[in-house]
Ligand binder design. Structure first.
Ligand SMILES: [Zn+2]
Ligand SMILES: [Zn+2]
Length: 194
């Protein structure tokens, strides 16, 4: 188990991923149209844009339980955007529009921390493990040479994610969450884009 620092680009938002282990997380790069729309939406609103999407249109996300994520500075900068009324809850830092994390629903022990929020010293793969899955490739803006990209959600992703997700469900690791209060209300009112 280790800790990973969380930080927005400008440094106002700071936090920690606690109890991190490669075996109890999943690292995936998502190329879906929604992740791309979201990243571009924030890029257009920031001065230090870019860095969320790689050259193939992928967003690198480290998935874990919300109980592992805390913020000790700048939590008041967190904002929530949903592309549609039923879309993912996508959390970002308002100060510099850095994508922080995506959640599905308050009751689920699942959060995808976006690479842009991980403040890692040294090689990223050594700290958080290599990318396990390249998914939703049908929306990729270019083929990834030498990489297997799955068109949708690979079965392997479910196989890798289900054990820690189930453990998180049993041990109720959907909370405490920095994103939802005890009754499951988002910590800030989500803005709906569509
Ligand atoms: Zn910031
Ligand atoms: Zn996506």
């Amino acid at each position: 188990m280790s800790e990973i620092k969380l930080q927005c680009k400008c440094g106002q938002v700071q936090g920690l991923v606690r109890n991190f282990s490669v075996g109890r997380s999943t690292r995936a790069v998502c190329h879906c149209a929604d992740c791309q729309t979201y990243a571009r939406h924030l890029d257009e609103r920031s001065d230090n844009s870019g860095g969320t999407l790689d050259e193939f249109g992928g967003t690198d996300v480290l998935q874990m339980t919300p109980a592992q994520v805390t913020f000790h500075q700048g939590a008041g900068q967190l904002r929530c955007l949903r592309l549609t009324a039923k879309g993912l809850y996508r959390w970002y830092a308002d100060c510099c529009k850095t994508p922080i994390a995506n959640t599905i629903a308050p009751g689920l022990p699942f959060v995808g921390v976006v690479r842009t929020a991980l403040a890692v010293d040294g090689p990223l793969d050594a700290a958080i493990g290599p990318v396990q899955f390249y998914m939703q490739g049908k929306a990729a803006i270019a083929p990834r040479p030498g990489q297997k990209i799955h068109n949708g959600f690979p079965v392997g992703w479910f196989v890798a994610t289900f054990p820690w997700f189930l453990l998180g469900k049993i041990s109720r690791k959907h909370k405490p969450s920095p994103f939802f209060d005890r009754s499951g209300r988002p910590s800030v009112k989500p803005e709906v884009l569509a």
